[in-house]
Design a protein. Structure first.
Length: 358
């Protein structure tokens, strides 16, 4: 990745914790997103500018009940990871993409954009400070969560005048440990054309919890969403973009204003092309998928996302019809995941300069 210059005039303040809590964590027994590192980053937008950047011990924050985020939902976030290689060097993976996307989300949600140099200064110093929390080994990483909330203390239905930008970090293990069984949506929608589906807006996830809970009661792990107009075209799953292998061609939906432009998604597409795998970015109808499942040309379905990495799907259901997939000896999912993780953990060459060393 290209070097990103830092403007040190921001006067980023760093307050270190007096005692780390890392010794209290059982890294072999915790759930994803439930344990947090020693430090966090915080910065405020007041009177038209971002001020008071600070890295300090992880702690609660004080927010009044009138804060606009609680009433009008101005909240966006990102998801990214740091990895540790066998030499104990720590790497980020394509952080420039996360920076660009959080600002695209900010623009859509009428939130002020965050300065690039301050973003990277805060990110790299925070991860460096908590580098002992980045563990080596299969599926291990440090999950990094930048987010912004509107926190003007006024319940007026207008964009907030003040905001808080934060970065918190959590040690991570595998998000999914098994192949998934999914339901294809034919009623509920994740996002509508002209909406905020392409943004990492908090409300996008809240809105899908209810239909996902219904699907889980039926024995499914996730939902694959379809277009909101006709429920004909496959879009993405709740926590990841989706790929379909029909014969020897990998198909995924084009990014639109209803589909998140996933960093893992675009990386998988490039790695597939590097490996000579045919990739088609096109709209795929659910009926085409069902036909392929019936005639045996559907070989694989898998999801791709920062938390999920690459997660295989063993079966899907649509309108009461269940289709099960056979295990492939030449699994594209396994091959592409191996290449992706190899790049992220500095085990393989990085031909596209995606790694960023801390």
């Amino acid at each position: 990745m290209n070097f990103i210059p830092f403007n040190m005039d921001h006067n980023l303040k760093i307050l270190k914790t007096e005692k780390s809590k890392i010794q209290d964590v059982d890294f072999n027994n915790f759930s994803f997103g439930s344990v947090f590192t020693d430090h966090m980053f915080e910065c405020d937008f007041i009177d038209g500018k971002w001020i008071n950047p600070i890295i300090k011990p992880y702690q609660t924050i004080s927010v009044e009940p009138s804060a606009s985020v609680f009433h009008y939902g101005q909240a966006i976030f990102e998801g990214m990871k740091a990895y540790k290689d066998k030499n104990d060097e720590v790497w980020l993976f394509r952080p420039d993409q996360n920076f660009e996307r959080i600002n695209r989300s900010a623009v859509r949600m009428a939130i002020p954009e965050f300065p690039k140099d301050l973003f990277f200064e805060a990110l790299t110093k925070l991860v460096d400070l908590d580098r002992d929390w980045v563990k080596k080994g299969e599926g291990r990483s440090l999950y990094i969560r930048p987010f912004v909330i509107g926190n003007e203390y006024a319940i007026q239905a207008v964009p907030s005048k003040s905001y808080k930008f934060m970065i918190i970090c959590a040690p991570a293990t595998l998000y999914y440990t098994k192949k998934l069984k999914v339901k294809v949506a034919d009623k509920f929608s994740r996002a509508a054309s002209g909406g905020v589906g392409y943004a990492k807006a908090a409300g996008n996830y809240a809105g899908q919890f209810y239909p996902t809970n219904l699907a889980k009661k039926e024995g499914f792990d996730q939902i694959i969403w379809t277009d909101s107009n006709e429920h004909n075209y496959l879009e993405e799953a709740g926590t990841m973009n989706v790929f379909f292998r029909i014969n020897d061609t990998l198909i995924t939906a084009p990014t639109t204003d209803t589909i998140l432009d996933g960093v893992t998604r675009k990386s998988i597409i490039q790695i597939a092309k590097d490996n000579g795998i045919s990739v088609e970015i096109k709209k795929l109808k659910i009926e085409e998928l069902k036909t392929a499942a019936k005639n045996g040309s559907l070989k694989e379905i898998f999801g791709a996302g920062t938390a999920a990495v690459v997660s295989e799907i063993k079966a899907f259901q649509h309108k009461g019809e269940l289709y099960e997939l056979e295990t492939q000896n030449d699994s594209y999912a396994q091959r592409l995941k191996g290449n992706l993780v190899g790049i992220q953990t500095n085990e393989l060459d990085d031909p596209h300069n995606w790694r960023f060393k801390i």
